[in-house]
Design a protein around this ligand. Structure first.
Ligand code: TRP
Ligand code: ZN
Ligand code: CA
Length: 444
């Protein structure tokens, strides 16, 4: 039997991790796979500090807008439209291309605001967003002036830095979230499939300045989660996984159409436990936000430290993910180590590790298989996603007596995060003929 080490996966992982961690990949590793396009070995840039005063100035404007419009910024009310106009004005002046998207729900017209920054690869879009509407009972300064202002100030920092991202940066402010994620759902359902496929990740920021804060990170896509965990880890601030209702904000709209999501949250109506007060300070037995959905959700309903840290974390995520190397489509990850398939026996696996991608696997994931066998009908072959989900590539068949499985299969893997250990699982289910996995590869 010919034995060879997996030649390619390690080098590919180095490049890809370099993208995630913001370190330069050695030039020698720039072309991990023969025949694959060369990864762009740009190092991610370090984000600037986001000035808390600027974020708070946006909150003061949202408060004034509510005061001038019946006390709220709710869907269908003039305070909502005024909020959209305020954010759009800042972005237009900073050089963004902005679009207002209209929809109708509950008998009133609603608006999403989309802003794109010039430059970056239009085929790899990094999105961040926040809902801009409040409930009718108040000004909605923590929920969700905070996320709206944090994303806005990050977008303005991109402009001040004259950032030249590797990815296309697109920011969104969603309408009618409080009526059931209506605006964000309208946006994704009206995004053609080909455009959805270009979105490598969506980051959501809803309630990031709660007055009795926790530091919660969404645990959906591991690569996106890691960017935030690393940031707070660097500050020495412990985080927890967000559990106060997954699916209760606009990231759910993106997740529902198979887009990788991440985000931050400082807590709503749930009570802070004693253990949480121990690690974060604040008051145990009290809600993270006692003014959640109430008239007291004003500019005094904000914890400055939480707002500051989370705003800086937003900028960190945009800089890290938006300026790192873009892994070109068509990159191949291969394992060429031979694996014997036991005669009429147990299944065996061979692993290919994918790292540094931000989104999900493609809807047309190409799986190249090279198995030497003297009666290929004996073989059952599956692709296993990192979470263990099996995709059947080939069934056994008693009368397929030809040699070898040398084939390329196409799998719709768009619901699977790209990163992780993918396995080819092969089982020989009949007697008399034997073989081995010679090599296999995934092309993303
Ligand atoms: N989106 C909710 C609202 O505006 C708040 C909320 C509750 C939330 N649980 C969450 C936001 C979890 C993000 C994550 O009313
Ligand atoms: Zn909210
Ligand atoms: Ca081999």
């Amino acid at each position: 039997m010919r034995l060879s080490a997996p030649r390619h996966t390690a080098a590919a992982a180095v490049i890809a991790l370099a993208g995630l961690l913001g370190t330069a990949a050695p030039a020698a590793n720039a072309a991990p796979n023969a025949g694959a396009p060369t990864a762009r070995a740009a190092a991610a840039l370090a984000a600037p500090d986001i000035p808390l005063a600027n974020v708070k100035a946006h909150l003061a404007q949202f408060q004034s807008i509510a005061a001038a419009n019946g006390g709220n910024r709710a869907h269908g009310r003039p305070g909502y439209r005024a909020s959209i106009d305020y954010v759009k004005g800042k972005l237009d002046a900073a050089g963004y291309t902005t679009t207002i998207q209209q929809f109708t729900t509950s008998g009133a017209v609603g608006y999403n605001l989309i802003a794109e920054w010039p430059g970056g690869d239009p085929n790899q879009v990094l999105m961040a967003g926040a809902h801009l509407d409040s409930v009718t009972s108040g000004a909605g300064i923590n929920d969700n002036g905070s996320g709206s202002a944090g994303v806005l100030e990050t977008a303005l920092a991109v402009s001040r830095a004259g950032l030249q991202p590797t990815k296309k940066l697109r920011f969104g402010w969603w309408g009618a979230e409080e009526l059931g994620l209506i605006g964000s759902r309208h946006y994704v359902t009206n995004l053609p499939a080909a455009e959805r496929a270009k979105v490598s990740g969506y980051l959501n920021f809803d309630m990031i300045g709660s007055p009795n804060p926790g530091y919660f990170v969404y645990d959906d896509n591991v690569a996106l989660e890691k960017v935030f965990k690393d940031y707070f880890g660097g500050l020495g601030v412990p985080t927890e996984i967000e559990t106060e209702g997954d699916g209760r904000s606009d990231h759910a709209s993106f997740k529902n159409v198979g887009i990788a999501v991440g985000g931050l949250f400082t807590g709503a109506g749930r009570l802070k436990t004693a253990a949480q007060a121990q690690k974060w300070g604040g008051t145990s037995g009290q809600a993270f936000d006692r003014c959640y959905h109430s008239s007291c959700d004003t500019t005094t309903n904000i914890n400055d430290t939480a707002l500051d840290r989370n705003s800086d974390a937003i900028a960190h995520s945009i800089w890290t993910l938006g300026t790192g190397p873009v892994v070109p489509p068509g990159t191949t990850y291969e394992n060429t180590a031979n694996v014997t398939v036991p005669e009429n026996g147990a299944a065996v696996t061979s692993t290919v590790t994918v790292a540094g991608r931000t989104g999900n696997a493609p809807s047309a994931l190409s799986v190249g298989v090279d198995i030497k066998h003297t009666w290929r009908g004996d073989l059952v072959i599956d692709l296993l996603a990192p979470d263990g989900t099996a995709y059947r590539l080939k069934n056994s068949s008693a009368n397929d007596s030809a040699d070898n499985v040398i084939a390329t299969y196409t799998v719709n893997a768009s619901s699977e995060p790209a990163n992780g250990a993918w396995k080819l699982r092969v089982q020989d289910v009949a007697a008399n003929d034997t073989g081995f996995v010679d090599s296999w590869k995934l092309t993303f």
